[in-house]
Design a protein around this ligand. Structure first.
Ligand SMILES: Nc1ncnc2c1ncn2[C@@H]1O[C@H](COP(=O)(O)OP(=O)(O)OP(=O)(O)O)[C@@H](O)[C@H]1O
Length: 611
């Protein structure tokens, strides 16, 4: 686990950065529009109508009061019918306002859901294009995490931006009335609002900086929460008695979060109260002024209510808009993370006119002095690798843990590109081939294959997902890997859900899962098969049978087998013994035994264990 940081670095966000972040909004709106053009349009139209409502209601109220006063004092404009028409109109406006509010909320929530789904899919689509190497970088993970948070958080931004637009139009209507009466009222309004705006803006930027600097810790907190309460970890947590250790770690992290967040929240609340009092003073100053004007006969009682109402609404609107401005800009700053994530480009790419994968392979693969160093790793994982894999050849890789076997096959399948040297296929750099074609022609089963919590049939079909509905192919693949023997005990046969995560799933043993994973290799007619410790969990008889079949089924195909069991490795045409990332020995089983080197030593060691 990462070391706990005692001080969280606060990066302050300047007003300029805030304004600059608004350039992200068009990109954001494009995504909203893509989620649903129809609903975006409806939301906009509804809000335009809604924005005229406050002034319309206030003005109708003014007309009503003026009519009541006229009727009471018996002046010439008094008109009883008109009065009741106006009351009817105000009632209709009130009903319409409520209806519009509800429709806006409904459209926004539907649009928000669509946006969240749309962006989640974009994130997944983009993530799958990126390199394995990028996933191993913690800075990348932080970006991915923040981008993920955006999918939900940004639906709020959507409502905020739309509301801002709506309030802006409402404000324009209300301001027109206020300016017509006395422009000085506007100045009082601003004086009442500005301190609270600056306060909001300052605290929002500190909030953003704090939350951004907490991203790595938040990821760790999520991880610790997962360790403490998950079906996958429950077994070890129990037998090792880890629960207190995990809970303590969680407590340390969450206490730190709490301390940092509460400090900011308390200071924000104190300043907020002060600013709000200033706003109230501003409002009552203006209110007194309007009353004074009315007493002096410069305005009607209707105008008094209209202006006081307008002032109150305007000050409320401006306060909301100004604080929303900081929220919108904060949201727009958060969009940086989102946009940055989409700007990450994979480095493992293909040229514009890639070569098709040769069918059949003519010369085979040649490693020329290949070296590879993992990102942030202090040493090369393999170096000076020169080897060949001929068409139809079965190559076994043996060596101690960490010798570089898996790295070698990851290079062969272009999950990584060599740091130095090159890999050729039929005389051409592997980088020149069509990447999808390359992957399609390789059937790879890694030692840490995924146990998909899906049906038995889907678990096999992932080896060639285009053939998901090809039950004949799936059945044949299951027979070839011996996984079909499991089907008899499943109540739902091939449609049986595997794993315990979802209802009615059947859990398999380690070796049974391995047979299912092995079936994936037979799902496509790949020219190269790579099995990275495919039989480590199989019992001796199952392993023997699996390899018998493997040998029969892969005649004419190239294969790379990684195994710690020499009984498996000896079946290969050629064996490479790797040590510390380089090739120590190479030859057939018999040749290597005769050589009496490392292979012979390890082989005899294992054979002794069986005696
Ligand atoms: N993603 C990674 N990032 C950094 N270093 C790595 C990574 N994967 C492997 N390594 C390092 O590279 C070296 C070779 O690892 P590799 O997985 O290729 O060994 P291996 O021979 O397959 O081992 P095993 O028999 O244990 O599976 C090791 O020293 C390992 O620590």
């Amino acid at each position: 686990m990462a070391k706990n940081r005692n001080t969280i670095k606060m990066e302050e966000i300047t007003f300029k950065q805030r304004l600059l972040s608004f350039k992200n909004l068009p990109v954001f709106f494009k995504m909203v529009w893509e989620s649903s053009p129809q609903k975006t349009l409806i939301s906009l139209i509804l809000r335009i109508f809604r924005s005229a409502m406050p002034v319309a209601l206030l003005y109708t109220g003014k007309l009503i009061i003026d009519q009541v006063v006229a009727l009471n004092s018996g002046t010439a404009h008094a008109d009883n019918n008109r009065l009741w028409e106006l009351v009817g109109l105000e009632f209709a406006l009130a009903v319409l306002t409520d209806g519009l509010n509800r429709m806006i909320n409904l459209t926004d929530s539907l649009l928000g859901d669509l946006f969240s789904n749309h962006t989640s899919m974009r994130i997944m689509r983009h993530a799958t294009k990126l390199d394995l190497d990028q996933f191993e970088d913690s800075v990348f993970y932080d970006k991915l995490e923040r981008a993920r948070q955006q999918t939900v958080g940004r639906t709020i931004l959507l409502a905020q931006v739309m509301s801002q637009l709506q309030d802006f139009i409402s404000m324009a209507f209300l301001l027109t009335g206020l300016i017509a009466f006395n422009p000085w009222l506007i100045l009082m309004l601003l004086l009442a609002i500005i301190p609270s705006f600056l306060g909001e803006s300052y605290f929002n930027s500190r909030n953003y900086a704090l939350s951004r600097s907490q991203t790595p810790e938040r990821r760790e907190l999520d991880y610790v929460r997962y360790l403490g309460a998950s079906d996958e970890t429950a077994k070890e947590v129990k037998v090792f008695g880890l629960s207190e250790f995990i809970i303590n770690r969680f407590k340390t992290l969450s206490d730190k979060f709490y301390a940092d967040n509460s400090k900011l929240a308390v200071s924000r609340s104190g300043w907020g109260t002060l600013f709000s009092i200033m706003g109230t003073i501003g409002y009552y100053g203006a209110y007194g002024f309007i009353i004074y004007q009315t007493i002096n006969g410069k305005a009607t009682i209707g105008s008094l209510t209209f202006l006081a109402g307008s002032f109150r609404q305007l000050s409320g609107l401006m306060e909301t808009m100004l604080s929303r401005f900081t929220m919108v800009s904060q949201g727009a700053i958060y969009l940086n993370d989102f946009i940055e994530f989409f700007e990450i480009k994979p480095r493992i790419t293909q040229p514009d006119n890639p070569l098709p994968f040769p069918n059949p392979i003519q010369v085979g693969f040649v490693f020329e002095n290949v070296g590879f160093q993992y990102r942030n790793a202090p040493k090369y994982a393999c170096r000076n690798l020169s080897l060949t894999l001929k068409p139809g050849e079965k190559l076994a890789l043996v060596g101690e843990n960490g010798a570089g076997k898996t790295t070698l096959v990851k290079l062969l399948s272009r999950l990584y590109d060599p740091t130095e040297g090159r890999i050729l296929l039929d005389g051409q750099d592997l980088k020149n081939y069509n990447l999808a074609d390359l992957r399609h022609n390789m059937g790879i089963i890694f030692q840490d294959y995924i146990r998909y919590q899906m049906t038995f049939s889907q678990n096999i079909a992932v080896g060639n997902i285009g053939e998901l509905d090809n039950i004949n192919l799936i059945t044949t693949a299951a027979q070839q890997s011996l996984a079909d023997l499991l089907v008899a005990k499943f109540p739902l046969g091939y449609e049986q859900s595997l794993g315990r995560k979802f209802n009615d799933g059947v859990e398999l043993s380690g070796g049974e899962w391995q047979k299912v994973a092995l079936a994936r290799a037979y799902m496509k007619n790949a020219q190269v098969l790579i099995l990275d410790e495919p039989t480590s969990a199989l019992d001796a008889r199952a392993e023997y049978e699996v390899f018998q079949r493997f040998a029969e089924l892969t005649i004419g195909k190239s294969a790379v087998l990684i195994s710690h069991r020499f009984s498996t490795a000896r079946l290969a045409d050629r064996i490479l013994v790797l040590e510390k990332g380089t090739i120590l020995e190479s030859g057939t089983h018999t040749e290597l035994l005769e050589k009496n080197g490392r292979y012979a030593e390890l082989f005899n060691l294992q054979a002794k264990g069986y005696q």
